[in-house]
Design a binder for this molecule. Sequence first.
Ligand code: ADP
Ligand code: MG
Length: 589
Amino acid sequence: MDNRKKPIAILREEVASQIAAGEVIERPTSVVKELVENAIDAGAQIIAVSIEAAGRKSIEVSDDGSGIESDQIRLAVTRHATSKLSSADQLFSIRTLGFRGEALASIASVSQFVILSRSENETLGIKLTIEGGKEISCEKIGAPVGSSISVKNLFYSVPARLKFLKSETTEKQRISALMMRYGLAYPQIRFKLDFDGKTVFQTNGNGDRREILVQLYGLEIAKKMLEVRLQDGDYSVNGYISPIAITKSNRKDIIFFANGRWVQDAALSSAVLKAYQTMIMVGRFPITVLFLDIPTDQIDVNVHPTKAEVRFQQPDAIFSLVQRAVRRALLAYNPVPQLSSKLWGGYDSQNSSEETSWTSASNQVNGENPASFFSSPEGFPGTHESTQTTGTVFHSLPLLRLIGQIGATYIVAEGPDGLYLVDQHAAHERVLFEKLISQMSSKIPSQSLLNPEVITLPPNQAQILSGRLEILNKLGFIVQEFGNNSFQVRAIPALLLGLEPQAALWVVVEDFEDDETPLQQKTEEIIAARVCKRAAVKAGQILTRPEQEALLADLERCRSPRTCPHGRPTMVHLSVELLEKQFGRKGSL
Ligand code: ADP
Ligand code: MG
């Protein structure tokens, strides 16, 4: 290798553009993204995209936007030339999707590029042809107002990049996902996407987002999506989220837009997931499409050349808004539509966090519980010490009056708005789970066994258990290795008195649902949920009246009383109205 230093020289413009293009234009999808964003910025009402061979052969985007003046066309394809920004401080008042002035120059430097455009002030259009960054021709020509850009043989001038492209199927999926996102974000624009002459996606521009959701997720899911809308000071969020019964196996459908720009942000996603926590099964993910509105001076969009990452000035305020908005929508939702959310407490209050409210609610009810195995067992002082906070009292469930037990499985209760059937097993699971989790922040009280039990597991399972002993001990078990794949259980959580130690250990070594390795905290939750399932009263078990009452009272105090920790419903509600209809007292079915 020749190590002699070469003289320093400024790169030729074409070379510089080709290098810069690597950042902005990674793949065909990036071309589509940049061209569609330009069309949106130009105020287009109709945007048509047509793709051949997943974009390798040709990408065409045409719009009916403002067009480009003929004397500016060359500037449009010059690097760092933009009409959207003229000074750096304007970076914080950006309303357009583009602002870097890089896209057209980059695309033109790595393809055979033709732009045909006419502004409404001119009678003729202009057509500029560029190949590999070099101008081939520029001529006046008749054209409708708007622009149409054709990009052929992408990366022909930088063949090394071609090697990095994914399969056609992958690329097509990315392009259609991108177009669908724009469809959702701009429902008033008519989008059309063609692959090799066949239309695969089309919106009608009537502004109805739910119609677009139908195309994306099908009618069944789209009609069940819950609406989210919350404002807090200068920030607001709105959009759609799936109810807890609809989940996906990955987080691809957790989508955000900030000021009309699609953004990817792990912290925002985790805010959403937190809101769903314990309501959906671990390893499952919701569908959410959320639009954030944030004052432009509080969001930095110039973090990355592709502009998909942003920085918020007040990230915590935004994450908390998102979490509250999602949580509220989930709680306001309920399976019997005629039930009004008012009965479930004043979720409309803007300024108090739900968490604090529930703590205070639980304090209200505490103290008058019949002694039973459902609330604080003997020797366990922890239950009654939640910290009192002042503020409005909310109940996540209406106060229920016990009627009785049926089939030794369901508790029947009357609420202010009709009849409730509570699944005693699922409800008890939820109650135990929330108590256990809340005790985890301090130390979970243990109850020693009179006779410590030694349990032997198959070698595989024994190994798994060894790795999770710490979690078990954190949950209030006292378990030690006893040699030869055996373990000695000396104590179990006081809360779970009566639980068979053997069953508890098996639960810990069972396989997890998905092959995703959950985080430590998740693992603890999964195990806690499973242990609670084992410990909960079973269907078919007759409960005394005080036990039934205690179960209802405990459930009322839960933060997520409507589902068990695995996401199944704990109760079914028959509203007064429904009963009246059933009995032919009002209207007809
Ligand atoms: P940016 O979008 O960051 O300004 P681009 O390279 O994407 O940079 O575009 C350069 C300029 O060309 C834009 O600022 C805009 O004035 C003009 N332009 C590009 N595409 C269109 C279009 N479809 N309609 C009207 N003007 C366009
Ligand atoms: Mg642009």
